[in-house]
Design a protein around this ligand. Structure first.
Ligand code: NAD
Length: 463
């Protein structure tokens, strides 16, 4: 559900009234709301610069996803003025620009030429992906300056295009023989309608775990087993539904207080519902005991359960500090440890923790929450190195403002501020986070490991 203010702004009369008094209506965002299909790009037309080292490989891979890729030759970068199909830029729903060959600052002009010439003609909800080289520490300072400069370009362009619902993201690509193979499924996902409310982000391509054979995304999760904590409502509920759409057997865990919602979830997604209060060590251990009796190990662990108890540190009671650290950090740490220790997470598995942009930026009244959520990032960073040999990847998702029962408690004015501080001018939906989690749970995400992925609509908080 979108917030009432955004809904009102979509009605013709109120839209006009809002415009008169200078209130902007946030753009309507394009969302897939369907399982993955063989043609993830669904006939999307993608414009790409031809000169990049990864361009040819990507063209082939995106073509296999039924994306229609048009190369822009470097000598005709001014695409708005060229003849034929290229003049109908509005027909293009995606743009990929490979800047990984940039080594001197003069080459940055190519960004200006390529994008400036057709920006005005871009339609709504366009997806832009820019590839940036990840240079080793000993690389020439000018080459590293170029890569950083492109990051700045990505973040600023995301701000400029957000009003149209257009998102701009980048992937940092290290020099590695397998980079192209790991990159292609990630770029496809970023260009697809399954990736919404993600903008201004720089993802780092990881080569940590050995490259595994890659099945097509559609159907790749069928028959897998996932444990999702905090499954009864909000983001956890959306994750369970989305995983179940992909054929995953979902085991949802929540507090006994949410018994009814949990049971409904289990019948809706044809999964299992287990009651456990993760603030109690006894409950956590008996949950793991029950999992030990399962017919097969888990493939996916989603540490999603979380709470807030906001107060300035000055006024915070010890119980508020304790409960937030227990549920948001200690329980995920202990649950993950127990599952790994008892061999209940399969090789090639996925661990995904729900962090927050507060972990990256801090927030007044949330020292407890910020501490716990940042701790989760350290946890996945540490685990990703330890578990790489088993092919288990570990990532964190950091949502911004998402419309859930948790954020419904925030006072009205503060809520409006939180929504409007995002480049996309609105709160995200639990489904937006669920889509990202689901992709990270898939084999196609093997190039993302030990990372934090923000699903925040380009929120102003944090880096
Ligand atoms: P929510 O409050 O709507 O749902 C959280 C779920 O966790 C509930 O079902 C709750 O019963 C469960 N839970 C809480 N304590 C538990 C315990 N002791 N044992 C078992 N289950 C417990 O929250 P949400 O908005 O869906 O958030 C999901 C996750 O995403 C949380 O970790 C939250 O911190 C994080 N997050 C949310 C937002 C947002 O804007 N909604 C932003 C950043 C991060």
């Amino acid at each position: 559900m979108l917030d009432a203010w955004t809904e009102l702004g979509r009605l013709p009369l109120t839209r006009l009234m809002f415009k008169r008094i200078g209130i902007k209506t946030p753009p309507q965002l394009l969302r897939a709301f369907r399982p993955w299909s063989d043609d993830l790009l669904h006939g999307k037309q993608v414009l790409m610069n031809a000169a990049g080292p990864y361009s040819a490989d990507l063209k082939k891979a995106l073509g296999a996803q039924k994306g229609l890729v048009t190369f822009v030759k470097d000598e005709s970068l001014n695409v708005g003025e060229s003849k034929g199909a290229l003049t109908r830029i509005a027909a293009y729903q995606g743009t990929v620009f490979d800047s990984t060959a940039f080594q001197n600052v003069a080459e940055l002009d190519q960004l200006f030429k390529f994008f400036q010439s057709h920006l005005k003609q871009l339609g709504f909800n366009h997806r832009v992906v820019i590839l940036i080289k990840e240079w080793p520490g000993a690389a020439a300072p000018e080459a590293r300056a170029c890569a950083r400069a492109v990051e700045g370009f990505v973040r600023s362009l995301a701000k400029e295009l957000g009003a149209k619902g257009t998102v701009v993201n980048a992937v940092q690509v290290p020099e590695h023989p397998e980079s192209a193979q790991r990159l292609a499924p990630i770029v496809s996902f970023l260009l697809s309608d399954h990736c919404t409310f993600v903008t201004g982000q720089i993802l780092r391509l990881s080569t940590l775990a050995e490259l595994a054979e890659l099945p097509p995304l559609a159907g790749s999760l069928a028959g897998k087993r996932a444990l999702v904590t905090g499954a009864a409502q909000g983001i956890g509920y959306a994750i369970c539904r989305r995983l179940a759409d992909e054929g995953v057997h979902v085991i949802g865990v929540d507090r006994p207080q949410n018994r009814q919602a949990l049971r409904e979830l289990a019948s809706n997604v044809d999964g299992e519902a287990l009651e456990a209060d993760l603030s109690l060590e006894s409950d956590l251990l008996s949950l793991v005991d029950r999992l030990q009796n399962s017919p097969a190990p888990l493939d996916i662990l989603i540490n999603n359960a979380g709470i807030t108890r906001d107060r300035s540190l000055f006024a915070m009671e010890k119980a508020q500090w304790d409960s937030v650290l227990q549920i948001n950090l200690k329980a995920p740490l202990q649950l993950t440890h127990q599952l790994l220790h008892r061999g209940l997470l399969a090789n090639g598995g996925r661990v995904i923790c729900l962090s927050s942009i507060v972990a990256l930026a801090g927030n007044y009244g949330q020292t407890n929450y910020g501490t716990a959520k940042a701790g989760l990032i350290g946890l996945i960073e540490g685990l990703s190195t330890h578990l790489a040999r088993q092919g288990i990847s570990c990532n964190a998702v950091a949502p911004g403002f998402i419309e859930t029962p948790m954020t419904a408690q925030i006072p009205f004015v503060a809520k409006q501020f939180a929504r409007r501080l995002a480049t996309l001018g609105q709160g995200g939906l639990p489904d937006d986070v669920a889509e990202m989690v689901c992709f990270l749970a898939s084999p196609s995400s093997q190039g993302i490991n030990g990372s934090v992925l923000r699903v925040c609509g380009g929120h102003i908080l944090g880096s």
